[in-house]
Design a binder for this molecule. Sequence first.
Ligand SMILES: Nc1ncnc2c1ncn2[C@@H]1O[C@H](COP(=O)(O)OP(=O)(O)OP(=O)(O)O)[C@@H](O)[C@H]1O
Ligand SMILES: [Mg+2]
Length: 462
Amino acid sequence: MLNKLSFKIGLLFFLFIVIIEFILFLILYINLADDRVEEVMNSLLARGNTHRDVLEDHFDQSTLDHVGIMESVSEFVVVITDEKGEMLISSDPVEDEMIDVIHNTNNREIDSDGKIVEDRWSEVNYIATNSPMTINGEHKGHVFMFVHTEYVKRTVDQLKSQFVLAGVITIALTIVTIFILSRLIAQPLIKMKEATEQLSQGKHHVELHTERKDELGELANAITKLAKDLKELKMARNEFLASISHELRTPLTYIKGYAEIINRQDSTKDQIKEYAEIIREETEQLTILIKNLFALAKIDQNNFVIKRERIAICEIISNVAHLIQPVLSERKIVLNVNCPNDITAFVDPERLQQVFINVLDNAIHHSNEGSDILLNVIETEQDVVVTVTDHGEGIPSEDVPYIFDRLYRVEKSRSRQSGGSGLGLAITKEIIESHGGSIEMKSQQGKGTSVIIKLARGERHA
Ligand SMILES: Nc1ncnc2c1ncn2[C@@H]1O[C@H](COP(=O)(O)OP(=O)(O)OP(=O)(O)O)[C@@H](O)[C@H]1O
Ligand SMILES: [Mg+2]
């Protein structure tokens, strides 16, 4: 629970929001409380001033009494003194604190608008104002107004309880909002976690809401795609393993069969020689198959290193032509190479040599004796394009899409004449693609085949 993302996000949000709310509320509270206190004090002063105005108009005993009676029923206390500070009347019993205020007030300091003479509402019992009376230019006395600080405190307390209520409501709303928000974020994450757990258990069917347009939606999409890819990969691997075991089983069956015949008592010497030769050929093919499989496995491991250099492509091609010359002569096939000397490419020469050998080897094997093969190199704006065209048997159009698949052969039977491993083109494609290039095949059955290889071009030779 404490480690849950939703909880962590929620707690963090909560703390932030509560701190921000607390600071804002505190500022607001202090300002409002100050305003309220000031309001109380000003209204006290205004009240005193009003009494003073009345007394200035009618300064007689009955008016004085009248003012006293009026304030005796209010929350306020009025004390009226003469010019010497002697008390004339008071509305309520006069407490010591009031007498202190009256005696300690320097009456000269106070102008005709009156003054708040005690404002320490949180420390003393009464706050007080003083409104001086002047009749016909003659100083006549003072109207002191008092109000118990309880009255002020009550006002502030009211404000406080309103703030507490508002705070509680805000915090409750914050909690609800955070709860909803964190669920909104955490819930899809939990779903995705479960989906990936299922994936690792081998269940490839994941159901995630991928229609969200935010990062969570992107993540869900990525996981769904991963699940699909993983499923395809597994299927491809299973297929590939099945094919390999088939590929291995066929020659091994031959080898076993011929070995048994050799072992029979009635085999002639010639037969033994012939069958031993077949066994040797099959073993050789198996060795090549395993070597090719190993090459592919190495490419798949991602630690397949290509050592690129800028090299004249014709150099590689003439090397290959030289290498395959014996086979060409044997089959009476002519290889025409058309390669402008100055074309360079940025490639790994050893790997590229392998590519040309594979492609030319196919062309030779699927051409008739006496025909010709054309190898053409041209340069376009971005690429070097190598085309190998033969006039051999061609490939049926339904096989062309699969021709680069591992172990795919048009001729399914592994007859020893046509018997390649079906890995040559798969390896070729991997090498070309790891160079950032592309390879495609165009073929017409009965007419011939073209392999088109595109590679990034190097700079021209000077
Ligand atoms: N130039 C071509 N003309 C006709 N068919 C071709 C040509 N090149 C390839 N093919 C067909 O494509 C298949 C796959 O070729 P690939 O080079 O991958 O395997 P392979 O030649 O059978 O065996 P390997 O190259 O591993 O010894 C071949 O078996 C063949 O049927
Ligand atoms: Mg081949």
